[in-house]
Design a protein around this ligand. Structure first.
Ligand code: UDP
Ligand code: MG
Length: 327
């Protein structure tokens, strides 16, 4: 990327009538000051307040600069962002929340950073202005995510992020319905960076994430990353079975040494047999899990790989009949 890459800003909006006016003003000011061609895509995620009408008015007042996408119902923040991605044509795509917790002025920082030729630039909220429950759960989730994906990022929950168009395009090819965008983006990125961004407390409107929605989001994150929990069942089953087998052998030898009266007349033997079977059941479940995990992967039908860049050009000319032989 060179010069001023074009910019798409994608903002999911769900019942944010109290914030929209200030959000649009600050976002427009920031984008206009960048000296780049830009578009601001507002995705209304089935709001039940006046958000949709306000978006409509903003589109009319700023033709060419603001684009509104209205969804028929509430699909959730990440699906709304995906809808925005589908329409984004900028070489750089920046996402942020509509509630002004992510200051729109920070778009400039992300934009400058990603223009250096990166694929993903993630914001890290310092200091984080949320409840301590949210901060602690975020800390745990960030640590686990870093371990499983092997990519250390400090704030997966921060949606103030910039993506190259290549990464956005790859994400759009993913078919699964439950997605956690920051993690998904990292699977397709080669060069990533983090920048510190400021964070404000929510002053107007309520958080759209109740406990249940938060738990659901964490499961989206976990299942989108790995099918390891399914494999865990097999491991547990193996352990229990081995333990049962060893217990049986132990009881048998003790019986041979001490006679039939030992170990409560064979009651413990029943336990040993029980353990073996319980373990076998877990193995069975785990095996099913292995299949389910693979079915899950196939159903998602993610692109298998992403060609990052092609260097050099073959001297061979692509033959018409060859080009479509593999698909
Ligand atoms: N949001 C959305 N659909 C939803 C929930 C949230 O589009 O179902 C948007 C919301 O309007 C905001 C962003 O996602 O722009 C983050 O939501 P919120 O501020 O409530 O989350 P929190 O900051 O509490 O994590
Ligand atoms: Mg918020």
């Amino acid at each position: 990327m060179s010069g001023h890459p074009t910019l798409s800003v994608v903002i999911p909006v769900y019942n944010e009538e109290a914030n929209l006016e200030e959000l649009l003003k600050r976002t427009l000011d920031t984008c206009r000051s960048l000296g780049a061609v830009f578009e601001i895509i507002l995705v209304d995620d089935g709001s039940r307040d006046r958000s949709a009408e306000m978006i409509d008015a903003a589109v009319k007042a700023n033709p060419g600069e603001i684009i509104g996408i209205l969804l028929n119902r509430n699909y959730g923040q990440h699906s709304a962002i995906f809808a925005g991605f589908g329409r984004a044509i900028g070489e750089v795509v920046v996402t942020l929340d509509a509630d002004l917790q992510n200051p729109p002025e920070e778009i400039a920082k992300l934009y400058r950073k990603i223009s250096e030729g990166l694929d993903v630039v993630a914001g890290v909220r310092v200091p984080r202005c949320d409840t301590s429950f949210r901060k602690v759960s975020s800390y745990i989730v960030n640590r686990i995510t870093a371990k499983v994906t092997g990519v250390t990022m400090h704030d997966y929950g921060c949606m103030l992020r910039a993506y190259s168009h290549r990464v956005v395009h790859a994400m759009l090819q993913c078919n699964e319905r439950s997605t956690f965008i920051p993690v998904l983006a990292n699977t397709f990125a080669r060069h990533t960076a983090e920048v510190e961004v400021s964070h404000a407390a929510r002053t107007r409107g309520d958080s759209k994430y109740g406990l249940w929605k938060l738990i659901n989001l964490q499961f989206d994150l976990l299942t989108g990353m790995t099918t390891f929990p399914l494999r865990l069942l097999t491991m547990i089953g193996l352990l229990i079975s081995v333990f049962g087998g060893a217990l049986g052998l132990f009881l048998l030898s003790m019986r041979l040494i001490h006679g039939p009266a030992w170990a409560a007349e064979g009651v413990f033997t029943l336990f040993a047999i029980l353990f073996i079977f319980v373990g076998a059941q877990f193995i069975g479940m785990g095996l099913m899990g292995e299949y389910i995990g693979r079915i899950y992967k196939d159903v998602r039908a993610r692109p298998r790989y992403l060609v990052y860049e092609v260097k050099g050009e073959s001297r061979l000319k692509r033959h018409e009949s060859h080009s479509s032989s593999l698909s």
